[in-house]
Design a protein around this ligand. Structure first.
Ligand code: URA
Length: 212
């Protein structure tokens, strides 16, 4: 598993505002959206492409286009939805699948409660969106789910990550044979006893959509 912390001043600047407890939901949503576009730029460095011949107004030339099959973007419901627009802005031809996962706040185990994905992901490059890599349980379950359907290259984009969760995720998917990359806006200090990232930004789903 490869972990890439996208430490860019614009990312750090937007993350600072996102973390602030006084940032309201509309601003939080806008910042998360902007951040994802910056992270997506980093995360798509290895997106698969194929050559294409075109003619400019001046001369024929060879360029590239996104390869088939198209990449699949998979936001993890609910908080990952807040990252979807920012991602597809950069990858407008990608297909989108949905995976609903919920974390039991006592055991911190993740379970799947909804799935709208193609049956066969053979040969597909997948981009998983989940704002917080905390204990790693949700991402591990999501990545395993996609690999079981045939995905052969997975990049997860998170706004924040915790070192313990990143290490645990690596252990939990160590047996998988597909390349997995994590792209995150920052690696925070630690997890607290409730499984929250410290300093973090609180509950990403609640801050995006309210406490429901
Ligand atoms: N999920 C969140 O939304 N925030 C955390 O800090 C950890 C998990």
């Amino acid at each position: 598993m490869r972990v890439h912390v996208a430490d860019h001043p614009l990312i750090a600047h937007k993350l600072t505002a996102l973390r602030d407890k006084d940032t309201d939901s509309p601003t939080f949503r806008r910042l998360a959206d902007e951040l994802v576009t910056l992270l997506a730029y980093e995360a798509t460095r290895d997106v698969r492409v194929e050559p294409v011949d075109i003619v400019t107004p001046v001369a024929p030339t060879r360029g590239i286009k996104l390869a088939s099959p198209k990449p699949l973007v998979v936001p993890i419901l609910r908080a990952g939805l807040g990252m979807l627009d920012g991602m597809v802005r950069l990858l407008p031809t990608a297909e989108v699948g949905f995976l609903g996962m919920v974390r039991n706040e006592e055991t911190l185990e993740a379970t799947t409660y909804a799935n709208r994905l193609p049956d066969d992901l053979s040969g597909r490059q997948c981009y998983v969106l989940d704002p917080m890599l905390a204990t790693g349980g949700t991402l591990a379950a999501a990545i395993r789910y996609l690999v079981d359907l045939g995905a052969d290259d997975i990049t997860a984009i998170t706004l924040l990550a915790a070192p313990e969760g990143t290490a645990r995720l690596e252990e939990q998917i160590a047996d998988l044979k597909v390349p997995v990359t994590i792209v995150t806006g920052a690696m925070d200090e630690r997890l607290n006893e409730h499984g929250y990232i410290v300093p973090g930004l609180g509950d990403a789903g609640d801050r995006l959509y309210g406490v429901v």
